[in-house]
Write a protein of this length. Structure first.
Length: 151
């Protein structure tokens, strides 16, 4: 089977976007920023800050959790990653740039991305828009994933 170069090209394009964002604000593209971003780009899931820290620490044993956390904030501020708030104290991160929604398993906590043109076409009701200026929205569906249903 031939290697999948599409995923590698997408990773490189995202790393190029990181470099451009750093240049735009006059920030250095540090090794730490690159490795934190790479850990997010190369994961299949929606890791929390601790999982990103543990991944990066494998290649950079001296990195601190604080550095990872500040880097995640930097990436979020520059729209390179998005924060997914599961609850007041459970936050995950993702790099999927396409509009999408989430299915969240209430048994194992896994998040699954899904796209829906029907949901994207919905107009928010006045009850939502009347609260203030809406900058975006996404739907979170809660349930039991297929893997957990089998067990």
């Amino acid at each position: 089977m031939a290697p999948d170069h599409t995923g590698m090209a997408e990773s490189e394009a995202r790393l190029d976007a990181l470099e451009a964002a750093c240049r735009k604000v006059g920030a250095k593209l540090t090794h730490q920023r690159r490795e934190v971003f790479r850990a997010l780009v190369e994961t299949d899931g929606h890791p929390d800050a601790q999982a990103v820290f543990l991944t990066v620490r494998r290649s950079m044993p001296t990195i601190s959790f604080d550095t990872v956390y500040r880097t995640l904030a930097f990436l979020e501020d520059h729209a390179l990653v998005r924060r997914v708030r599961l609850s007041a104290d459970r936050i995950r991160y993702e790099v999927n740039p396409r509009p999408h929604h989430h299915f969240i398993c209430t048994c194992c906590g896994r998040l699954f991305d899904f796209e829906s043109r029907a949901l994207d076409a919905l107009t928010l009701p006045e009850a939502a828009t009347g609260q203030g200026s809406v900058s975006g929205w996404q739907l979170q569906v809660y349930g039991t994933c297929r893997d957990c249903e089998r067990t």
